[in-house]
Design a protein around this ligand. Structure first.
Ligand SMILES: Cc1cc2nc3c(=O)[nH]c(=O)nc-3n(C[C@H](O)[C@H](O)[C@H](O)COP(=O)(O)O)c2cc1C
Length: 178
């Protein structure tokens, strides 16, 4: 296998997962902006932070790889909302389907991890966006709340870190299974 780990990360959580996974598997690990360096890989494991439902850098990375449709692709999303929530997972997958060419999505193996957030480190734009979402979501009646809205309300203006190295085991096992 000529494999590589790529990551799209704004605040470092997806990067931390990617680097840990790369250490455990012995694969090279690069930021998605350097995807061109691994264009000859036959297997890519892509870790990306979730931003407004989309996986950071994924579409652009796939478009930049001429051989993407023939590669084995494992996509790992890293978000604040609970990935044990089936509706959250369904929403992420629906968004991913729109982000990727049909043939790439159809063959990809998809996993979901929980990241974190530190409001003290957010850019001004991101903080403004989270404030809008928070003021909207905190008024939602219980039946309209989602894993995402609950996560935003519960963690607003604070620092949380749900990094879980053990959650990588299932991805490593999938990688080892041809
Ligand atoms: C502007 C903004 C939008 C976000 N949108 C989502 C989202 O749609 N779903 C989710 O689960 N988490 C969302 N998050 C939380 C991030 O996915 C989470 O902080 C993740 O750990 C970021 O990864 P990174 O540190 O590698 O950039 C959002 C965070 C910000 C700041």
């Amino acid at each position: 296998m000529r494999g590589a780990v790529l990551y799209g990360s704004c605040y470092g959580t997806a990067q931390k997962y990617a680097e840990r996974f790369a250490r455990e598997t012995g694969l090279p690990c690069l930021p998605c902006e350097q995807a061109g360096d691994v264009r000859d890989a036959d297997t890519l494991v892509y870790f990306g932070g979730l931003y407004a439902g989309g996986v950071l850098g994924l579409s652009k990375t796939i478009r930049s790889l001429p051989n993407a449709a023939n590669m084995r692709l494992l996509i790992v999303t890293v978000g604040l909302a609970d990935p044990q929530d089936p509706v959250n997972v369904q929403n992420i997958r629906t968004a991913l389907k729109k982000q990727l060419p049909q043939e790439v999505f159809a063959r990809a193996q998809i996993f979901h991890l929980r990241g974190g957030i530190d409001y003290a480190r957010l850019s001004r734009g991101h903080r403004a966006m989270m404030a809008l979402l928070y003021h909207h979501d905190k008024r939602l009646p219980p039946e309209k709340q989602s894993a995402e809205s609950r996560a935003i309300v519960e963690t607003y203006n604070s620092k949380v870190d749900f990094f879980d190295a053990q959650a990588l085991d299932v991805i490593r096992r999938a990688l080892e299974t041809a």
